[in-house]
Design a protein around this ligand. Structure first.
Ligand code: ADP
Ligand code: MG
Length: 225
């Protein structure tokens, strides 16, 4: 497959269920069980399933907001390098498996270092389902949208305001909205702010959590892919 952006292999995410006096792990919630999928650049993928089947968990694990239990996630990785690591992983020879582990620490989102993860996070963003919970109620819109730019050190301090305005314009908002708090907006407007924030780093992939656009009347067409 050409130009694969996300290559997920047998991803598993279990949440521990703890019990007893010592709060030992007594069972697991098997939220994601061996999911493999590929998403090409420019492609949109919709996950459909009943409530509690693991859609949100899959998204959170993909961005490593939650650690995977097992499996591999290659993000914007050279297919030849992916093939090489997968071949080594399938090998029975201990030296191959050792080499595979080393390679995964550079190529697999579930294993990369914090530093590499930080770089990867510039390329992927999440838009949560409920904007009233995902926007900090104490922050002004200008700071909410600017936050990823500041955290990732992406633009010069003097350019932040114009970049934030540019992003707000993309989602049909303007300078009059900069100095307001999230509670001063409708649900649809809040969702636009969340989308503007997700576009901040010009990500090559955005993961949207269930019906993010249901409250969003799109005035302009835009694409993050
Ligand atoms: N942080 C968590 N701790 C423990 N269990 C969780 C956690 N998040 C989700 N789960 C469980 O994982 C399963 C999948 O949840 P989720 O991914 O939110 O489903 P969906 O988004 O498809 O509705 C559910 O059984 C849920 O209770
Ligand atoms: Mg969900």
């Amino acid at each position: 497959m050409e130009d694969v952006l996300i290559d997920m292999r047998k991803l598993q995410k279990y949440y521990p269920v703890r019990g007893g006096v010592f709060q030992r792990r007594i069972a697991d919630v098997k939220a994601v069980e061996e999911v493999s999928l590929q998403v090409r650049r420019g492609e949109c993928l919709g996950l459909v399933g009943e409530s509690g089947c693991g859609k949100t968990t899959l998204g959170k694990t993909l961005l490593r907001l939650h650690d995977a239990t097992s499996g591999r996630i290659y993000f914007d990785e050279d297919p030849e390098r992916v093939k090489e690591t997968e071949r080594l992983l399938a090998s029975d020879r201990p030296e191959d498996r050792h080499l595979a582990a080393t390679q995964r620490s550079e190529r697999d989102v579930t294993k990369v270092s914090k530093q590499r993860l930080r770089a990867l996070r510039q390329k992927m963003q999440i838009v949560f389902q409920d904007p009233s919970n995902s926007l900090n109620p104490r922050m002004l819109v200008k700071n909410i949208v600017a936050e990823p730019l500041v955290c990732q050190n992406l633009v010069d301090a003097r350019e932040i305001r114009s970049r934030v305005l540019e992003l707000l314009n993309i989602v049909g908002m303007s300078s009059e909205h900069l100095m307001r708090y999230p509670h001063e907006f409708s649900g649809g407007q809040r969702q636009r702010i969340a989308i503007a924030r997700a576009l901040t780093t010009r990500s090559s992939s955005s993961w949207t959590s269930r019906r993010p656009l249901s409250t969003f009347r799109c005035r302009r067409r835009f694409s993050t892919c």
